[in-house]
Design a binder for this molecule. Structure first.
Ligand code: COA
Length: 258
């Protein structure tokens, strides 16, 4: 039981719902504590194969960091808050299990940053994306300046960052920020459909894809070398033997994540 999250698991898919609908699911420190706990204690469970992250209620995925917690911060505390929020989002981005954002409304500020830390995003038709921090005299602090550039390119990212304008779901789709836009009632079913497919694949290979794709965004890493090493390591797995054998025997593979 979490103060700010709802969790449920069905068919290997853990759904995490940020549950502060009266505050547009804004990210206060309790949400971060709960997210860290669920990432460290629930997502790692063997029965969890993949994760959906969404927001409670019909209006918001997450409308940002909780602005009411900002008034007491000085420069040092704000820097620490940013680094600690970034750490939580790195746990999502670098997670070995696929984590998909099902964006069911406003994804603003930290909400847009949280969605971008997920491995990919699906939006409902009423979703709106934006980084409105400049309206508050702030810059994004949970990785938004970095991941927005990575996902939609520097020119479009800077326009959004500097103007604070909101992007509709349709524009988010055409700008490449989300993979699909569906009607609100189809949002979770679409996420479940995609993750159900991914859950039939070899878990260690799926994790390797996440690691390698993340390296493409990290200048400190040699992504090609990392890919070669992951490719080589895959040959040492039982799942590789099962996958190639099943193909040759013209049957579905049964992967065990070993
Ligand atoms: N932090 C704290 N509280 C927030 C919040 C945030 N980021 N976003 C919304 N809320 C709260 C509101 O204060 C309000 O609380 P109240 O009922 O106790 O007054 C409640 O959520 C509902 O929000 P409200 O603004 O009344 O809803 P709306 O439908 O008129 O507008 C938004 C929705 C999302 C456009 C608007 O809430 C908003 O602009 N939020 C801030 C977005 C932002 O700047 N995020 C970046 C933060 S760094």
């Amino acid at each position: 039981m979490y103060a700010t999250l709802l969790t449920s698991i069905d068919n290997g898919i853990l759904t995490i719902t940020i549950n502060r609908p009266d505050k547009m699911n804004a990210l206060n420190q309790q949400v971060f504590a709960d997210l860290n706990h669920v990432l460290e204690n629930e997502v790692i469970k063997p029965e969890v194969r993949s994760v959906i992250l969404t927001g409670a209620g019909p209006k918001a995925f997450v409308a940002g960091a909780d602005i009411s917690e900002f008034s007491s911060l000085d420069q040092q505390a704000a820097t620490s808050l940013s680094i600690s929020g970034q750490d939580t989002f790195f746990k999502i981005e670098n997670n070995a299990k696929p984590i998909v954002a099902a964006v069911n409304g406003f994804a603003l500020g930290g909400g847009c940053e949280l969605a971008m830390a997920c491995h990919f995003r699906i939006a409902s038709s009423n979703a709106k994306f934006g980084q409105p921090e400049v309206n508050l005299g702030l810059v994004p602090g949970y990785g938004g300046t970095q991941r927005l550039v990575q996902l939609i390119g520097k020119g479009k990212a800077l326009e959004l960052l500097m103007s604070a304008q909101m992007l509709s779901a349709a524009d988010a789709l055409s700008w490449g920020l989300v993979n699909y836009v569906v009607e609100p009632e189809a949002l979770l079913p679409k996420a479940i459909e995609i993750l159900t497919l991914i859950n039939t694949k070899a878990p260690l290979a799926v994790a390797g894809c996440i690691t390698a794709a993340n390296a493409a965004m990290d200048e400190s890493k040699n992504g090609y070398l990392l890919e070669a090493n992951l490719f080589g390591a895959a040959f040492n797995t039982a799942d590789r033997i099962e996958g190639t054998t099943a193909f040759l025997e013209k049957r579905a593979a049964k992967f065990e994540g070993k």
